[in-house]
Design a protein around this ligand. Structure first.
Ligand code: G1P
Length: 295
């Protein structure tokens, strides 16, 4: 893999996961499994395989297990070694040596923009990715790698876009702009979670951003919205106005695992792609699913 200018990524993991209660009362939503891999590991693997070298987790109370997951576990490794469980040992070692991670605590839940700004000192004066861990994207190459390609070609901030149903626009940051090249939009306006009847389009921002460091300055100047939150979308509006922002319609399938149905479809999609489970699951869906539905 060629080394790129984009070396660092921010992953905000301080959110509560209220849409998945009760399980998220005691389990951080980022550690819920996609088959047998915690969702956060799927996101971290996307970073690693796209050439990212350092990840900043923006954490909150009760999220320590996420840091532990990527840390060296001496007792577990020793136990697996003694019991001759070589395959499991290799997997566990791979996770702890996967990538350098840093955790920064977000002391108050003041919104996505505030979460991103907590990483300012660690990121410094470099372009950086932001990955929202609710969005699991299956894509080849990864969505992050696709966005790095766009950044390297055009040298401007990039947000990932997807057409969303009109009835769901109030769940997303919505953009307008003019078409620039295939799959690319020159973003002119952004509005956070508009009501469907006033939404200017149905192009929604998905949880992957590649941003220049000037965004930290815009976040510093941003005034909190009605609920006291600092929105990333407001800083991006300024970026679009004063510099440039590219909207990129990525190639791939996105699952919102912060939502019950998205959590299930992410699991099915990942299982279907796996050699050890895909063929059997496909067979089950083709031959036995109907039987289960009749019960
Ligand atoms: C955040 C952003 C929103 C974006 C969405 C993508 O909202 O604020 O602009 O469209 O992620 O998932 P959240 O889903 O965290 O409320």
């Amino acid at each position: 893999m060629e080394t790129s200018e984009v070396r660092k990524a921010i992953i905000p993991v301080a959110g509560f996961g209220t849409r998945l209660l009760p399980v998220t009362k005691s389990v951080p939503k980022e550690l819920l499994p996609v088959v047998d891999v915690p969702a956060i590991q799927v996101i971290v693997e996307e970073c690693v395989e796209s050439g990212i070298e350092e990840i900043v987790f923006i954490t909150g109370r009760g999220k320590e297990a996420i840091e532990d997951h990527f840390d060296y576990d001496y007792e577990l490794e020793k136990l697996l070694e003694e019991r001759g469980k070589d395959r499991e040992l290799e997997k566990i070692r791979e996770i702890s040596s996967m990538i350098r991670t840093i955790a920064v605590r977000q002391k108050k839940p003041l919104g996505l923009g505030h979460a991103v700004s907590c990483a300012r000192d660690v990121i410094g004066d470099e372009p950086f990715m932001v990955l929202l861990p609710d969005d699991i994207i299956t894509a080849d190459p990864h969505c992050t790698a696709q966005m790095i390609d766009v950044y390297e070609k055009y040298g401007q901030g990039v947000v990932s876009l997807m057409e969303v149903p009109q009835s769901a626009v109030s769940d997303y940051g919505i953009v307008t702009g003019e078409s620039w090249a295939p799959d690319l939009t020159r973003v002119r306006t952004l509005v956070e979670k508009p009501e469907p009847d006033i939404a200017p389009s149905n192009m929604g921002i998905i949880g992957r951003y590649l941003l220049p460091p000037i965004v930290f300055e815009y976040l510093e100047e941003a005034t909190p919205g009605e609920n006291g939150e600092i929105q990333l979308t407001d800083a991006l509006s300024k970026l679009a106005r004063e510099r440039a922002l590219v909207g990129y319609e990525f190639h791939g399938m996105r699952h919102d695992i912060g939502d019950k149905l998205g959590f299930l479809t992410a699991n099915i999609a990942h299982a279907l792609r796996r050699h050890d489970l895909g063929p059997e699951l496909r067979k089950y869906m083709e031959t036995k699913l109907e039987g289960d539905l009749e019960q």
